[in-house]
Design a protein around this ligand. Sequence first.
Ligand code: MN
Length: 422
Amino acid sequence: MPHIDSWIPVAPGSDFTIYNLPYGAFAHKGGVRLGIAIGDRILDLYALGDAGLTEGVCDRALLMATSLNPLLAAGPAIWKKLRLHLAALLRGDDRGDASLRERNADGFFVEQRAATMVVPMEIGDYVDFYSSLEHATNLGKLFRPNSEPLLPNWRHMPIAYHGRTSTVVIDGTPILRPNGQRTPANSDGPVFGPSQRLDIELEVGFVTGPGNRFGEPIPIGRAREHIFGLVLVNDWSARDIQAWEYQPLGPFLGKSFATTISPWIVTLDALEPFRTNGPGQDPAPLQYLRGSDRSAYDIALAVDLSTEKMREAGVAPITISRTNFKELYWSMLQQLAHVTVNGTQIRPGDLYASGTISGSQPESMGSLIELTENATKPIHVPGGEVRGFLQDGDEITLRGWCEQGEFRIGFGTARGRITPAR
Ligand code: MN
């Protein structure tokens, strides 16, 4: 890959090199503006469109909107054209387009640290899959210890549930410990109160572009055209509430209280150099789920934990899990083909999360219930504390990035700190 620098400085190790150009939205004078991340700044797409610097590339209304939905609906040809144009405006050599650089460029950029990011799309539907073989096996053992961990359908379809869009929140939003019903400890019936087994789920979600027509499934060979890009997702889970409620219809209040996403949507175009093969599938899936070679992405993932005591003592967060998105058994293309096979509609801005991404190693599990084997082997934290599940004041940060030598792109963070139940 040829080395290209932007004229906006990018620090070594930054997630936001010129190869990335992810899309987000930030609060601006009582409204919302769209932007792309470059280095530690945001290029204001409203200002760019308003100045006529995207003439002939796309309708400026797509960039001057208050959510990404119009751009998501515009489809892959426009996305590619815009990406090439933005890269040309930002590249530092003489092979780019100098029109932005020649302006008083200050008016087009804001500092990321001074910006308040918001969820960049209006999410119509949110689905959470269960696509990691390791995670499904581990959870099966923990939730149903006396039976076969994988249910008979698991290797034949990407299992999922419909989640809740209203509580999808952006990086940094405090997470209120949920109240709810827990499994009866005795014959007196269930206990009500704050969850005592609050957990995380390390996931990656895709954001959809153009939808399909009602009644017309998206064939797997066309699924990629309907995916704009990816975000990190923390599907916070109250395991005690989940365990009591989940049969027979699946997760409900144990999940719906909050779901955190990272603020920048990293596009499939940016991720293309990191496209790779996923694990083999046995048995071969049904015909409508076949044909997704090289549909995995090599994305390194990490989970960091810091407790209130650690922060008071000035101790840096510790990394409690490392895994990779490419480990998932079911691909995004299979997920999307499956979602629509019955003719249901997807729409621009839908969010489809992968399910917890767990690897085969003990330190590669994407949830605390797996990492600590249901709190029986708690994590030892600097300062002498231990953690089975999350305590009030704990902060979890998900990170994700792709690297080949000096070539790097990343997702930023999906952070959340637990606040006490009300
Ligand atoms: Mn999940």
